[in-house]
Design a protein around this ligand. Structure first.
Ligand SMILES: C[S@@+](CC[C@H](N)C(=O)[O-])C[C@H]1O[C@@H](n2cnc3c(N)ncnc32)[C@H](O)[C@@H]1O
Length: 261
């Protein structure tokens, strides 16, 4: 398993507006008029929790994240809500806690395919029919942003340290759908490709530093880390053309699933 450092809420929030669009779009398709109990799994700095709290101000919301830095930030944004540092792969609500909605935006792609299904199954098991599990995952491993971090990793002096570092591929949608259908009454799946206009190629690197690059750069320090980022930027500059306004369009496919028990 890759050794990773804590997440950095400040780095993640450099693109807060863009990163909060997918939780909004996911929530728009959750078929619940007024859920009383919600759990936000992998809430990060609280941006997805804020989306939930705005749509369902009266719901009891618990939000958890494995990162202390993310939870610290989330607590400052929504001090009245219930935040915890916890790993969602082992997390269990208290016995008898009737959860209407499990919500997880930009988190489940960090799990293996088996863990994804196991977590959803385990958390939905004690819940009554109608309970909803909504997730959104970047589906962008074949985009230049990701292909070029892998290419940079295997070509430089850091190659030995970064051997085998990669995020898990998402399984085909049909497979995910069929595995969920074994214990869910309804599974709604769709994909959205966002085109984010960001300031320039450097902004693409800054974006990646907030999440996707972590498994790579967490293993490097000091000058070596900077050299890796410089080599990556050179490739990003070639791959992403500059628009007429001097900015860069960052193509970003994301997969959405709303499963109803
Ligand atoms: C990309 S952020 C998503 C933040 C927010 N939900 C959003 O929609 O922007 C991913 C978060 O997932 C958290 N995470 C990853 N694996 C986790 C796990 N096993 N348990 C809890 N949190 C996890 C990370 O700490 C990080 O804060």
């Amino acid at each position: 398993m890759t050794k990773t450092k804590d997440w950095n809420a400040t780095q993640y929030l450099k693109f807060e507006d863009e990163r909060t669009l997918p939780p909004r779009d996911l929530l728009a398709r959750v078929p619940l008029p007024s859920p009383k109990r919600i759990i936000d799994l992998g809430c990060g700095p609280g941006n997805s929790t804020s989306v939930l709290a705005r749509r369902y101000p009266d719901a009891k919301i618990t939000a958890l994240d494995a990162s202390p830095d993310m939870i610290k930030k989330a607590q400052t944004v929504l001090p009245e809500r219930d935040f915890h540092v916890a790993d969602l792969t082992t997390y269990r609500p208290e016995a008898g806690d009737a959860v209407d909605l499990f919500f997880s935006s930009a988190v489940f792609h960090w799990l293996t395919a088996d863990d994804r299904i196991a977590v959803i199954k385990r958390l939905l098991k004690p819940q009554t029919p109608g309970s909803v599990f909504a997730i959104q995952m970047p589906n962008n491993l074949n985009e230049p942003m990701h292909a070029l971090m892998r290419e940079t990793a295997v070509k430089g002096p850091w190659a030995r340290k970064l051997t085998g570092v990669q995020r898990n591929e998402l399984e085909p949608v049909q497979v995910m759908h069929d595995r969920l259908k074994l214990f869910c009454a309804k599974v709604d799946v769709w994909e959205t490709i966002y085109y984010h206009s960001v300031e320039g190629p450097e902004a693409v690197v800054e974006w990646a530093k907030g999440a996707g690059l972590k498994p790579f750069v967490d293993l490097l320090e000091g000058d070596e880390r900077e050299a890796f980022l410089e080599a990556y930027l050179v490739k990003i500059k070639k791959a992403y053309p500059v628009s007429v306004d001097g900015r860069v369009l960052l193509r970003y496919p994301r997969l959405f699933l709303v499963a109803v028990k």
